[in-house]
Write a protein that binds this ligand. Structure first.
Ligand SMILES: [Zn+2]
Length: 310
């Protein structure tokens, strides 16, 4: 026989045990559910990226020099965020207007871009691109190719994208003032339109959106461009073909290592009449990427531009 007093003690002890166990189990649950509503506004506002996107556009010199890509940073941090583009055209998700390359099961995407053409090396480049069934984006210049209209036409007819680069490509001149910039910009835009019928809405700044010449005028020009409905692109992979001493192998290695560093890359090449080495390595470059499973796309106003801006 257990004495009555001991029985009561046993019952009280059991009740206490049940209560303690229940509180241990339920506490994290209630904490979690109470915490989410409190955290949500903070989370949402950080995902809208107003301050961050401004910062991302003007990174430190060290960050640019290191080759660190904002695309890489953005895609890593927000790889599964559907909040990213909501209601803010400046941070449209990559999936709008192009197939997403965010998740590991999807294709790796390369946007090939060719600056400073067209030139006599444009038709042979188009032939190589055709051989590999690849479409590219040409950011073009107006003042130096005697056959500019004809070449622009050919680029468009063969299914590639065309964007404004500059009429003169004269840094001092175009970045001297907003008026000077748009005088040059409108001239090449008009030339593209006359040659191809395309009212292009994409562009690339000579020297990139952050350069040594537009420190005073850059922000105002970017603001005006956006107001006019243009989207500008920098790049996150470079072939390094801007210099005059490059070999086809050096260009190939630089471009390839740039592409390998990102799941989605915008690769910078040049297409002036002097860029023979760029042209010569192109079949090897395309063959390698094709073998590695990359797909090629062209830039357009609906493709996310944010991560491709320095
Ligand atoms: Zn250029």
């Amino acid at each position: 026989m257990v004495p009555l007093k001991s029985k009561r003690l046993l019952i009280i002890t059991l009740c206490l045990c049940v209560a303690i166990t229940a509180s241990i189990i339920l506490f994290p649950y209630s904490f979690f559910h109470n915490s989410i509503p409190a955290m949500s506004p903070v989370f949402s506002s950080s995902m809208s990226f107003h301050p961050a996107s401004r910062h991302r556009r003007y990174p430190s010199r060290a960050r640019r020099a290191s080759g660190e890509s904002f695309w890489g940073a953005a895609s890593t941090r927000h790889s599964n965020s559907s909040v990213l583009g909501s209601g803010n055209p400046a941070v449209l998700p990559v999936s709008s207007g192009t197939s997403s390359s965010r998740s590991s099961g999807e294709n790796k995407v390369v946007y090939l871009t060719f600056d400073d053409g067209p030139s006599d090396l444009t038709p042979p480049l188009l032939d190589v691109l055709d051989t590999y069934h690849v479409k590219a984006t040409f950011f073009v210049v107006g003042a130096y190719d005697p056959h500019v209209s004809e070449h622009l036409q050919e680029i468009a007819e063969r299914g590639h994208a065309i964007g404004v680069h500059s009429y003169t490509h004269n840094y001092h001149q175009i970045y001297a003032s907003e008026a000077a910039f748009f005088e040059d910009f409108d001239r090449i835009h008009e030339l593209i339109f006359e040659a191809t019928g395309i009212d292009t809405k994409i562009c690339r700044f000579p020297g990139g959106s952050v350069n040594g010449y537009n420190k005073k005028t850059g922000k105002a020009i970017v603001r005006d461009l956006k107001e006019k409905g243009y989207v500008y692109f920098d790049w996150n992979a470079s072939s390094g073909d801007a210099g005059s001493q490059n070999t086809p192998d050096g260009i190939y290695q630089s471009a390839l290592s740039g592409v390998h560093s990102h799941r989605t890359s915008v690769v910078l090449f040049h297409n002036t009449a002097a860029k023979k080495a760029t042209l010569h390595q192109m079949p090897r470059f395309l063959a390698t990427l094709e073998k590695e499973g990359y797909i090629f796309k062209v830039l357009g106003p609906t493709v996310n531009n944010r991560p491709f801006i320095f």
